[in-house]
Design a protein around this ligand. Structure first.
Ligand code: NAD
Ligand code: GLY
Length: 349
């Protein structure tokens, strides 16, 4: 098992290993948690793992409740948030009880936000079961729901008490979802880690090691900028265009696939502008293909530009973009709308 400490305001440990959700109850007890557990999961994941997780907590002396939502992005909704809060209140859960997210990023973001606001904050544990959740969404404390006006528009920074990433659960993950997680893995390599790009290109690391490398990077970035004021923006490499692609598809394009397209667009633009050498694109495109990820944007320049202008990360007429500058290197740059348009135009040509 690999352990990574995340030294945020309230520090916690991420543990990565095969079969470790079976030990979730003892791990929670070792943290001093007691009382009741509310497991939030989606129907796909619950069918596969909820009994195992319940048994683990019950064997450690906890009383366990569960709340299962339908799978999919539509479930990251205000309706489900209120339903979870009502369920917790009807069952008289207290602030010393614990919410447990068992699932991918949808469950993790929703459960985390519910934990952040229930009685102004209750205990929260992440049990990520997708590669994307393991390498990205379960770590760092960004929690959210989607609103009609867009994704992740209501949320909170709320760190979990513990993250247990059981690599065995990835055995049942559909290939497409594995690919979506690989998009975020490639993102880490692209913005700051040449070695990770080499490992992915050569294909000689196991998934536990790859997850650990990504979590290590994310932990260091989040420690430096827990509340997303500066350095954390590097984690948004490829995300400006990705958010536009997700919105234009009516949120049918999965986040990981959209990030793959977004990374390709920004890297093509930076190559064309001479911001980065062409070898960066020569590394990125084969990697996206290797992991069955798309790299061609199905929307035109005007469509992408207009949606990008509405991105919540737009502030006072500028948007901060993460621009690749070399293999495994990038920089933040504030762009006005003309520069944004130029980049989108070059990237989509
Ligand atoms: P997801 O949670 O929708 O899971 C993808 C699919 O895989 C679902 O159908 C789910 O039921 C299924 N699944 C999950 N684990 C499984 C398993 N082990 N075996 C079989 N099926 C399994 O999607 P995701 O890609 O994990 O997360 C996407 C969400 O994460 C988006 O809402 C995105 O905005 C959010 N996100 C948040 C952050 C953050 O920092 N909080 C970062 C990145 C993405
Ligand atoms: N996934 C982006 C962040 O955690 O900041």
């Amino acid at each position: 098992m690999i352990k990574i400490e995340v030294k945020t305001g309230k520090p916690y440990t991420v543990k990565i290993g095969n079969g470790i959700i079976n030990n979730a109850g003892e791990e929670a007890k070792a943290l001093g948690l007691d009382g009741r557990i509310l497991i939030i999961s989606d129907d796909n994941v619950a069918a596969l793992y909820i009994e195992k997780v319940k048994l683990s907590f019950e064997s450690a002396g906890f009383e366990v409740l569960s709340f299962v939502i339908p799978h999919g992005e539509e479930s990251k909704s205000a309706e489900n948030l209120i339903a979870i809060l009502n369920f917790a209140a009807e069952n008289a859960l207290s602030r010393t009880d614990t919410f447990v997210a068992l699932g991918g990023g949808v469950v993790g973001d929703l459960c985390g936000f519910a934990a952040a606001v229930y009685m102004r904050g209750t205990n929260f544990i992440q049990l990520p079961t997708t590669l994307l959740a393991a390498v990205d969404s379960s770590v760092g404390g960004k929690t959210a729901i989607d609103l009609d006006a867009g994704k992740n528009l209501a949320g909170a920074f709320y760190q979990p008490k513990l993250v247990l990433c059981d690599t065995k659960t990835l055995d049942t993950l559909p290939d497409e979802e594995f690919s979506n997680g690989m998009a975020e893995v490639i993102k880490y390599g692209m913005f700051c880690n040449k070695e990770l790009l080499d490992i992915l290109t050569e294909g000689n690391a196991d998934i536990e090691e790859i997850i650990a490398r990504c979590v290590e990077i994310k932990a260091r970035v989040v420690e430096a900028d827990e509340f997303d004021k500066g350095e954390r923006m590097f984690l948004n490499f490829g995300h400006t265009v990705a958010h536009a692609v997700e919105a234009l598809s009516g949120y049918k394009t999965p986040h990981g696939s959209a990030v793959a397209i977004g990374m390709a667009v920004i890297t093509k633009a930076c190559t064309a502008k001479g911001v980065c050498p062409s070898e960066v694109l020569d590394v990125l495109l084969p990697l996206l293909e290797k992991y069955n990820l798309p790299h061609v944007c199905p929307y035109d320049i005007e469509e992408v530009y207009n949606v990008t202008l509405k991105d919540k990360k737009n502030a006072h007429g500028t948007i901060t973009l993460v621009l690749p500058t070399a293999k495994g290197k990038s920089k933040l740059e504030k762009c006005d709308y003309n520069k944004l348009k130029e980049i989108i135009t070059l990237g989509l040509k």
